[in-house]
Design a protein around this ligand. Structure first.
Ligand code: ZN
Length: 186
């Protein structure tokens, strides 16, 4: 089970909207397995397919390494669609394997409803709140080409821009493999 290199902030595949997956396949199953391996090795709790260079509408989540979430089951969400978000906007600190060493508090709604297909390509739906809702929102954004840092404004945005530039150019200090996007040339 190989680990896959993780694409950095602003890589083209991470700025494009991903495509729906039409049918289950052996390649899809392998991708899911490799995504879990990659995410666990990098100590992440969520990973979108385009973070490993696959422009497909799929992400995986596993909160079990987190304190208090040890019993939570890994989730595979294929062709997800958030149908509703509600509740107060709550601040939670986010990080991202594609944006290493950046952690920022982001406001998002507390609860959501999502429809998706699971690893067996069966239709599922889920109501999520709190931290799970947050991880789902973050990963779902990836599938639309959005990074959590896109929500930063003003002073906080200006502080993070030099760090994002370094990551983009492959100068991030990480202990997992990151891909080099040939498109990121400026
Ligand atoms: Zn992320």
């Amino acid at each position: 089970m190989p680990t896959l290199p993780i694409y950095p902030y602003d890589a083209q595949v991470l700025r494009e909207e991903t495509k729906d997956i039409g049918a289950p396949s052996g390649e899809l199953t392998q991708l899911i397995v490799d995504m879990f391996t990659t995410m666990h090795a990098a100590k992440g709790i969520g990973l979108a397919a385009n973070q490993v260079g696959a422009g497909q509408s799929l992400f995986v989540v596993d909160l079990s390494p987190m304190e208090g979430y040890e019993d939570s089951k890994p989730l595979v969400m294929i062709n997800p669609e958030i149908t509703d978000m509600w509740g107060d906007d709550i601040p939670i600190e986010e990080g991202c394997l594609s944006v290493p060493n950046v952690r920022e508090e982001i406001l998002r709604p507390e609860m959501l409803h999502i429809r998706y297909r699971d690893a067996n390509f069966e239709a599922q739906e889920l109501e999520a709140d709190a931290f799970l809702a947050r991880v789902i929102q973050h990963e779902y954004d990836h599938l639309q080409g959005i990074f959590f840092t896109d929500y930063l404004r003003g002073f906080r945005k200006r502080l993070v821009i030099p760090v994002l530039k370094k990551i983009k150019h492959g100068e991030a200090d990480v202990d997992y493999a990151m891909a080099v996007d040939p498109v990121l040339v400026d």
